[in-house]
Ligand binder design. Structure first.
Ligand code: URA
Length: 220
């Protein structure tokens, strides 16, 4: 049995499957969706995911004065967070992260499968210099086989980010990808809006959404 430090319930945060979320999924999964509708409604799902991801990160006490002269003992998102987008599809999630945490630092990782070896290869990484002291929202809308995810997490660990400081945000997750991440990195937490049935023979998720990056960036 795998020795996990986090139970599956703690590790995988599935957004509440509300009717509104289902309506958003209905728009973005429709093969006939126009690009504008895809981008708008994928953004709405991503915002919910990032809000759920932020809930897992540290907040700090922050007092404000209300207009009627009282102190509200509030909270604000801690300064020690950052986002890391897995290019290209993960870049689709940056705008919503910036909307929710305007001064957040955002790093970038480009990993692509080598055409010969089929193994994920790191082509580019630009990360905040002090990333080892930060909690990281790792952004990639699709968790399919988990190959890219494992490579991206490895880059973060190599920079000194503790495994338990990584929250991986995905729009759709395949059971195969979740299992791969959990097996290798049991303390990484995942936030997703859907756990799909399975992968097809081309590693696309079912029922799925198609190629997220192509649909978001209009390259399909
Ligand atoms: N990447 C995608 O864009 N879609 C999938 O279904 C799997 C990987």
């Amino acid at each position: 049995m795998t020795d996990t430090t986090t139970s599956v319930e703690d590790a995988v945060h599935l957004l509440p499957q509300t009717r509104y979320l289902r309506a958003l999924h209905t728009i973005v999964r429709d093969r006939h969706a126009k690009r504008d509708d895809f981008v708008l409604n994928a953004g709405r799902i991503i915002r919910k995911l990032i809000e759920a991801g932020l809930e897992l990160l540290p907040f700090e006490p922050y007092d404000v004065q209300t207009p009627v002269g009282r102190t509200y003992h509030g909270l604000r998102v801690g300064p020690q967070i950052c986002g890391v987008a897995v290019a290209r599809a993960g870049e689709s999630m940056e705008a919503e992260l910036r909307a929710l945490a305007p001064d957040v630092r955002i790093g970038k990782i480009l990993i692509q499968r080598d055409t010969v070896t089929k193994l994920p290869h790191l082509y580019y990484a630009k990360l905040p210099l002090d990333i080892a002291r930060r909690h990281v929202l790792l952004l990639d809308p699709m968790l399919a086989t988990g190959g890219t995810a494992l490579a991206a997490i490895e880059v973060l660990l190599g920079e000194g980010v503790p495994e338990e400081h990584i929250v991986f945000i995905n729009v759709l997750s395949a059971p195969e990808g979740i299992a791969a991440v959990r097996e290798r990195y049991p303390s990484v937490r995942m936030v997703t809006s859907s756990i799909e049935e399975r992968l097809n023979e081309n590693a696309y998720m079912l029922p799925g959404i198609g190629d997220f990056g192509d649909r978001f960036f209009g390259t399909d």
